[in-house]
Design a protein around this ligand. Structure first.
Ligand code: PEP
Ligand code: CO
Length: 447
């Protein structure tokens, strides 16, 4: 069977899951047309640079740290929220660089993580049924008919929020704030009172020492160390948004999704004959795909063939999310199947999405110990199978939330009531996130 020609909207000829129903096709088209005229958010140079770095991670020379909110809200487009998220990712990356002695590629779930897949089309409360909340890119979480209406103008607002967020990240990453000579700029208030403080301080002191040593050796301050590289990612779920920002560039062949550096396909939309795979097969970006229980060797083979036919290094990320209870039984055969195929894949562990549970008082949560256990098992299984775990994918925040149970402060079910802020999945708070980075180092050093 020959494959029909691809273009940014060819996905519309395929069954496409998790797309909102808009009341007016005309209003949707107007928003998409407007979006198509607006400038891209990232460049193909950056995208290609990331791809090269990811190829390094697949060879074990670098490590990917991908993290951020389950769903960003439009109201998260504020200096405090952006800065705190950047700080925690920078701190985690310092701990990792120091402990595993590799370049760390920082990728935020940020500047566009506004659309969410939902398990049900509708939600019923007290006998009233309304469309589900699908993320700020689509509708509003308030439980009223007006709020839950899918509004295409939100695509424009989402693009604007993503642009403002990215603008702030770029300004911060480019000088001053991100200067490796002044990691104290990245301190979050909590650090002073945290049980992790002394370990973190030791890492920073050690790194500063090495930095000064090398600068004395090289006879000056390295301007490169005044800035950090920071990439963006989001789930490429809302295909009208993604297509409208998919562009040809004058200097390279092919199409790039220039709304983000690293878009990924969610677990619920990874249907091999569906619209998402069709859209993703045509873009030049590196692409992630979530894999979990139910995936078969045949599925993997077809996905690799469709999404990376030229077997380009750094192009395809398999982000596995089996859960602590299932990973041991399910991951080895997946790794073996990919190894047999001889194809290039970057393996990433998402220890969050297979470990979600509900407490008896109704909170959706995750246990720190289960997240850690999945990570530990993932590293051990990859080592046994002779494959490389090249990175991790977390849901986390730079704020003091109480959404996941456990960690150094031993948060319990009752603590969840204190600061449970997520509207979708529970995130590691800043302290649990830093602790996770330290745990990765320990696992690495023991292996
Ligand atoms: C997510 O990353 O927020 C998500 C929905 O994950 P998954 O597709 O793996 O369930
Ligand atoms: Co999530």
């Amino acid at each position: 069977m020959t494959t029909p020609p691809w273009h940014p909207y060819s996905w519309q000829q395929f069954a496409t899951q998790q797309q909102p129903q808009y009341p007016s096709d005309f209003a949707l088209q107007q928003a998409v047309d407007e979006l198509s005229t607006l400038p891209p958010l990232v460049t193909s140079w950056e995208v290609e640079q990331l791809k090269q770095q990811l190829a390094g991670a697949a060879r074990g020379e670098a490590f990917l740290l991908q993290g951020g909110d389950c769903a960003e809200n439009f109201s998260d487009c504020s200096s405090r929220v952006i800065v705190n998220k950047l700080k925690i990712l920078l701190q985690m990356s310092l701990v990792l660089i120091h402990g595993i002695d590799k370049r760390v590629i920082r990728v935020g779930r940020i500047a566009g993580q506004y659309a969410k897949p939902r398990s049900a089309e509708t939600e019923t409360i007290d006998g009233i049924t309304l469309p589900s909340y699908r993320g700020d890119l689509v509708n509003d979480i308030a439980f009223t008919a007006a709020a839950r209406h899918a509004d295409p103008q939100r695509l424009i607002t989402g693009y604007g929020r993503a642009a403002m967020t990215l603008n702030h990240i770029r300004a911060l990453a480019d000088c001053g704030f991100a200067d490796l000579h002044h990691p104290e700029n990245w301190d979050l208030d909590f650090l002073r009172h945290s049980p992790l403080s002394s370990e973190y301080r030791r890492v920073v002191a050690d790194l500063s020492h090495s930095l000064h040593f090398f600068e004395r050796l090289g006879g000056g301050i390295d301007a490169e160390l005044n800035r950090v590289q920071f990439f963006t990612s989001h789930e490429g779920l809302h295909l009208h948004y993604e297509s409208a920002l998919t562009r040809k560039t004058p200097i390279r062949s092919g199409y790039y999704n220039l709304s983000t550096h690293l878009p990924w396909i969610g677990f619920r939309t990874a249907d091999l004959s569906g619209g998402h795979i069709e859209y993703f097969r045509g873009i030049a970006n590196p692409i992630g795909i979530k894999i979990g229980p139910g995936v078969t060797p045949q599925w993997l083979e077809t996905a690799m063939e469709q999404l990376n036919p030229d077997n380009e290094p750094g192009k395809l990320l398999f982000i596995h999310r089996f859960g602590a209870a299932k990973i041991a039984a399910l991951l080895p055969q997946i790794l073996q199947a990919v190894k047999r195929s001889g194809r290039e894949v970057l393996w990433i562990c998402d220890p969050m999405h297979g470990n979600t549970e509900s407490t008896h008082n109704g909170y959706k949560t995750r246990r720190f110990d289960n997240i850690l256990s999945e990570l530990e098992q993932a590293f051990a299984i990859h080592q046994r199978e002779g494959t490389i775990l090249g990175g991790v994918h977390f849901e986390l925040t730079g704020d003091d939330v109480s959404e996941c149970i456990g960690g150094a402060r031993g948060l319990n079910e009752h603590d969840l009531e204190r600061a449970y802020k997520t509207q979708v999945d529970p995130r590691l708070n800043y302290e649990q996130a830093l602790e996770m980075a330290m745990a990765i180092v320990r696992i690495h050093q023991q292996s």
